[in-house]
Design a protein. Structure first.
Length: 127
């Protein structure tokens, strides 16, 4: 198996697991802490914009290549196995039905808030 094929396979698993977390945060059997982390992870991963825009060389892809997979892996470990199995089946069915990924407007709000706070801090430091 080539490196490109391996990376494509892992990207598909991450895509599936982001949707899994989307379903897990709504599942009643998910404990509160994993539910909150799943909500944050799914909101960030499904946000229509990135924290670091992709047009910025190297740093722009950093969140897509490192941050999102780490957040997904950490959150998946906290979700109970029974819930994870059920939600992975729902995510696979959603992908097979080509329903498209949900968009997180809350994630958009989080990213815009972080940008605004960062801009304010930079302005305060430089002013």
């Amino acid at each position: 198996m080539t490196i490109a094929a391996t990376l494509r396979g892992r990207a598909k698993l991450i895509k599936r697991d982001v949707l899994t977390l989307w379903f897990a945060m709504r599942h009643p059997a998910t404990p509160l802490a994993p539910k909150l982390l799943a909500a944050f992870t799914a909101a960030y991963a499904l946000s229509p914009i990135d924290l670091i825009p992709d047009f910025i060389p190297v740093l722009g892809l950093l969140d897509d290549v490192i941050l999102v997979p780490l957040m997904v892996a950490a959150t998946v470990k906290l979700v109970p196995e029974a819930v994870l199995t059920e939600c992975r089946a729902a995510a696979a069915a959603s992908i097979a039905a080509r329903e498209g990924k949900p968009t997180s407007w809350i994630g958009l709000g989080i990213v815009l808030f972080i940008w605004a706070v960062s801009a304010w801090l930079v302005w305060r430091v430089l002013a």
